[in-house]
Design a protein around this ligand. Sequence first.
Ligand SMILES: C[C@H](O)[C@H](O)[C@@H](O)[C@@H](O)C(=O)O
Ligand SMILES: [Mg+2]
Length: 396
Amino acid sequence: MSLPKIKHVRAFVVRGGGGADYHDQGEGHWIDDHIATPMARYPEYRASRQSFGINVLGTLVVELEAEDGTIGFAVTTGGEPAAYIVEKHLARFLEGRSPYEFEKIWDQMYFSTQYYGRKGLVINAISGVDLALWDLLGKLRGEPVYHMLGGAVRDELQFYATGARPDIAKELGFIGGKLPLHHGPAEGLEGLEKNIALLADMRAKCGDDFWLMYDCWMSLDLDYATRLAHRAWKECGLKWIEEALSPDDYWGYAQLKKNAPKGLLVTTGEHEATRWGFRMLMDMECCDIIQPDVGWCGGVTELTKIANYADSKGVMMVPHGSSVYSYHFVITRHNSPFAEFLMMHPGPTEVVPMFAPQLLGEPVPVNGRIRASELDKPGFGVELNRDIALHRPYSR
Ligand SMILES: C[C@H](O)[C@H](O)[C@@H](O)[C@@H](O)C(=O)O
Ligand SMILES: [Mg+2]
């Protein structure tokens, strides 16, 4: 069965914030409210992650048009530099090729950029192209991506919620709430006590059975992470400590996993990339759960390799919140028993689509769940909102 070949590759950026670069939010949003980061050692960059540029890249939209006019697309984080890489470097490996050649296309995109890529922005760009390719495949075949990945292993997805209000997440039916950590080592013991006090307050509001997690966004050192882990677990029943250390500190994570109290899970991976990076995390026994972002780790083609290796080692794989791009994957995996939902409402006091306004038809959890049948649309089941300000900086 042959399919129309890929005719055009286009890379757009979106002006006006929000969307796939979900840290690009307005004033007063919980996601930019004094959250601990590696830059918090500089007081001038402590109050807001936007102050040091967390939102500097912006959204990348990759669009693939087949010979018959069918379009597949995807969004991820990358903005103009990623658009340059797509148009000037990666497009040559797609135009004139069959969408079925996603393995060879991925291989050529990765190894042709290896001399300057391997992680970060380049792999974000490759991920965006790969996701658009899977969307195009599904649109051409009239199949949802999850069918092409092997079909659902359960009837529904269940979600934990990331945001500043786990108490509200519980009322909305989520299975857990992941809080952003607010204070890192630069704020000393006083900051640690504030971290514990906030968690204790949420534990009192949520009761003993509701999962509570801390997301540390790479902000800690091993000693602080060890102390936080023990106190948060013992005093507040923390379920997991996430991304405590620098993604490059595999040795630190391996030691943190040894230091952590039995019963507390150590998780990381959203800023890791490719099968090789995740093999390092798993072979060095750095964590209990790997958390790749399918828009940053290499796309579906690479996440399949990462997830299979995790499955063979008995490691859970719960992707970092990436909307439909992770939902279609998680529903097909036994070692992905639940998924993340990033609460993009400013409070957050209500459930709103993650990649709004860019995606039309984006499903959202109801009572903390999305039924597999809601994903039964071709490709990733969403359409690009063409009323937004799309700009193609490197048109050819
Ligand atoms: C809430 C965290 O600080 C990040 O903003 C979040 O995007 C990421 O770490 C996550 O796990 O959702
Ligand atoms: Mg995280």
